[in-house]
Each structure stands twice: as structure tokens, then as C-alpha cells.
Design a protein around this ligand. Structure first.
Ligand SMILES: [Zn+2]
Ligand SMILES: [Zn+2]
Ligand SMILES: [Zn+2]
Ligand SMILES: [Zn+2]
Length: 232
């Protein structure tokens, strides 16, 4: 398992409800209060209000804590839905397998003979998670990206039609070029295993591994891994 050294420890993020800027820890306190001030972003026009239970979940890179998000997820959605969301926003490169680990049980994106012992992702969040629960996510068992997740808040709103929403997310970390110190725009997929390989536009053509191995710098804990470009 390659453990990458983080280049940067701390990043600020922006609260999507009020625009406030906070670090990861302060943000937790902030959004619990801010969510109360912004109880629902949709006027509820339903004749009979339907209660939806929402979990606020902190997701962060396991070894790369500068990448983090607070998301609000309906408790009655499937693990598969959360998997899709994480893939779209943060990790998907070439359709690798993924898994959640909750209470030492593994929930895997695709079942087959080899993973007989594991469970599928067709479980409701409310059946396997509760307030305070920490759990783990892994994308791509070959060149894995590990995420840590924690249910940090829970509330009910009158809205039956919610999808997963980002409440706050880290601002893109600025990393300097290993050679010249300018802002890095690429990262070498080979050198990134050891936490190096950040290069700027000017130094890119001279990178020792060749330009073909360079990937764009993107705001994700999968930056520089496999073929991850942050694009569809
Ligand atoms: Zn706010
Ligand atoms: Zn890949
Ligand atoms: Zn440079
Ligand atoms: Zn390299």
C-alpha cells in the first residue's frame, strides 16, 4: 500500500449555505448551526409534508486530510448512491471496484465469486449508519484511494425529494512545483506514490518520467493516481 505524504495539511472550505469560510474542524460546528438557520432550501409545497431524515457526513482523504467535504445525504438512500456520488465528485477514473467498510463488514460495488464473504451496496444508510458512526471507503483495490467518513449530524426536514448535497468543501490546495516553486499544474502518476512529482507548466516538458505520465492537478484525494483527471 502506497502511503502518500501530504504536501499540505490544512485547507479552508466554503459553506454552500452562507458562503462562510472555515477550516475543516470549525466548519463542522458552523454547519450544524447554519443548517438550523437554513432548514430547507426548497419551499415545501406538498399537501402532506413528508419527513426526510438527513445525515451530514464528513468525508476526507485518509492520508490526505486537506481534501474534505461535508455532504448531506438522505438516510433512506442506498450505499450504492453514496458510492456513485463519491465516484462522480472525487474518484472515478476507469470503473474500478469500490467498497465501504462499516463495523468491519465490507459492502462491495460488484459482487462475484471472489467477494462471496462481502455484502452488496444495496443497503439503506439508515440500516447501517447512525449518528457518530465512522466508516471507510476504498476506490480501486489496485491503486487505492482511501476515504474516511463520519456521520457528524442528523436532522429531519419536510421534503421528500432530496438528493445528496455538498454543504461545504475544501478549497483547491495550492501545491508548488518540486523543481522551481511555481504553482504546480501537473502531477506525475509515478512520482506521486512517494508524495512527489508536482510540476508546473514550465517544468512539465523536462520531468524525468516523461510528459505522458503527467496528470492535471485537481481538487481530489485521487489527484495523480491511475488515470484520474477529474473529468468525465
Ligand atoms: Zn454557513
Ligand atoms: Zn483507473
Ligand atoms: Zn516548475
Ligand atoms: Zn515522475
Amino acid at each position: 500500500m502506497a502511503v502518500r505524504k501530504p504536501k499540505i495539511q490544512k485547507t479552508n472550505g466554503i459553506c454552500s449555505l452562507c458562503g462562510g469560510v472555515f477550516g475543516k474542524t470549525a466548519m463542522k460546528k458552523h454547519i450544524v448551526q447554519c443548517l438550523q438557520k437554513h432548514p430547507s432550501r426548497k419551499p415545501s409545497g406538498f399537501p402532506v409534508p413528508v419527513q426526510t431524515r438527513l445525515f451530514t457526513i464528513l468525508v476526507k482523504g485518509s492520508f490526505l486530510h486537506e481534501y474534505w467535504m461535508y455532504i448531506e445525504v438522505p438516510a433512506n438512500s442506498l450505499l450504492r448512491g453514496l458510492d456513485n456520488f463519491l465516484r462522480n465528485i472525487w474518484v472515478e477514473c476507469c470503473g474500478h471496484l469500490s467498497s465501504f467498510t462499516i463495523n468491519n463488514k465490507k459492502y462491495i460495488s460488484e459482487m462475484d465469486e471472489y467477494f462471496k464473504e462481502d455484502k452488496s451496496m444495496n443497503y439503506l444508510l439508515e440500516k447501517v449508519l447512525k449518528y457518530g458512526k465512522e466508516f471507510y471507503y476504498e476506490y480501486d483495490f489496485g491503486s487505492p484511494t482511501y476515504l474516511e467518513l463520519k456521520v457528524v449530524n442528523e436532522r429531519e426536514i419536510e421534503d421528500s425529494d432530496r438528493s445528496i448535497e455538498i454543504i461545504a468543501r475544501n478549497e483547491p490546495p495550492v501545491v508548488n512545483c518540486d523543481s522551481c516553486g511555481k504553482i504546480a499544474t501537473y502531477i506525475c502518476r509515478q512520482c506521486s506514490n512517494s508524495g512527489d512529482g508536482w510540476v508546473c507548466d514550465d517544468c512539465a516538458p523536462e520531468h524525468k518520467c516523461g510528459e505522458d505520465l503527467l496528470l492535471p492537478v485537481v481538487n481530489s484525494p485521487r489527484v495523480g493516481v491511475c488515470g484520474y483527471t477529474g473529468l468525465d
